[in-house]
Design a protein around this ligand. Sequence first.
Ligand code: ADP
Ligand code: MG
Length: 467
Amino acid sequence: MAEWDYEVFWKETLKQIRQDLGEEEFSVWFNTLDYIRADENSVSIAVPSSFYRDQIKLRYQNHIEMTLRGLTGKDLSVLFEVIPRKMTEPGPVPGEAAEKTAPDSPKNGSGLAPAPQKPEKKARHHQLREDYTFDNYVIGENNNFAANAAIAISRNPGTAYNPYLIYGGVGLGKTHLMQAIGNYIHASSDNKIIYITAENFLNEFLQALKENKMNVFKNKFRYTDVLLIDDIHFFQEKVQVQEELFHTFNTLLDAKKQLAFTCDRPVSELKKISERLMSRFEQCLKVDLQPPKYETRCAILKTAIEGQEIQVPGEVIDLIGKNVSTNVRDLISALNKLIAYTRLMGQPITVEITQQLLRDVFASPRQANMSLDHIQRVVAEYFSLSPNDLKGKKRTQNIVFPRQLSMYIAREITEYSTTEIGQAFIRDHTTVMHACKNIEERIRSDPTLESTIETLKRMIKEYSAKS
Ligand code: ADP
Ligand code: MG
């Protein structure tokens, strides 16, 4: 209802808060908020995740409500709704930058009319993938801090969050996020940016050594404004290049240049890295990426099909989102497999085809992987224990029984071997076999146990579908 349209007030509230907090803090927390609606007593605002909701409530709810009250003269409460979404470009910068032409662009200064459809754009950065932008990056609670810090960095490289390090398992979006930083800075400034994998950094280093061109190598990496090095775990055991990186690191940081790294594990778990380079990595703002939850997985799938001439029913998105939970790379490749197959066969995408075609993907132990952890959580909670109790050493009956039950259920509903299940409980396979036997005997003597097991299985499935 127009009567309760407070959007203008919301915008003004944001303006004031931006002044109160300063650009940097504002951009971390407020760029992802969207006005939804209002009624007599409240204004509803979309936040990308429950992490955001909780943090903003904790830090800023009062501030927001006071500001809004000052503007409207009404006692409105502000409600936050979690709506995972595609990240919008932070601010007007890239659009403006599109007007500029890179110095090395072939058309620069030629006076030629811009290309017919698009205004002339700055040439892409040759080391960066054009599609790895913030615009294509979906945020959810698994990655919102990492993404927003990346945005803050992109806006003011070399100031906030420097040096920066993103870590997390394979396929979770580390490279995408790093390159998005590069693309954004490239589009919005004349800063010199180098993106390189650790492996190529090493290769160039060795080449320079061989050709006696260390000076060229040093100058290349020490006279850049932004240095992005991907997959630094690769530097483990590579002593000589670590030394070089250490000096590069210091030179750039002294000159207030932006450094960012990615790594497939927490820095503390890196091995064979020199102590002083290690202390530099430790000095970074370290942010981890987690596998996305179900809602975010669906949002990622929807983003991936945007702009493609393809109809993917909502149920299919849902089905893939529910069943592929390991990482974003698996998620996208499941979708691509489906699209490629149906295109080839000239068939529409349906739930049946998806189930058939992705049967192996859905049932793969890697997907079930998540559920060992889920099983432990759900069973532990059911018996008022913690998952660590199940993995721990205690042998009291109140823990041994739930532990054995978890192993039994794991055997029933996943494709894991007894060895793999054992590992999840920090035990060997004979313990798992013994547990299964024990539970089977108990079921025979206590028929009610069967229904407890069914209940637990259902709870685990529900839990897995939600997470
Ligand atoms: P990593 O470097 O962590 O192994 P990548 O950055 O290569 O992972 O990501 C794997 C794939 O998943 C890429 O195609 C990337 O674009 C996509 N991807 C990862 N995270 C997201 C996200 N949050 N939103 C959209 N696509 C994503
Ligand atoms: Mg990567």
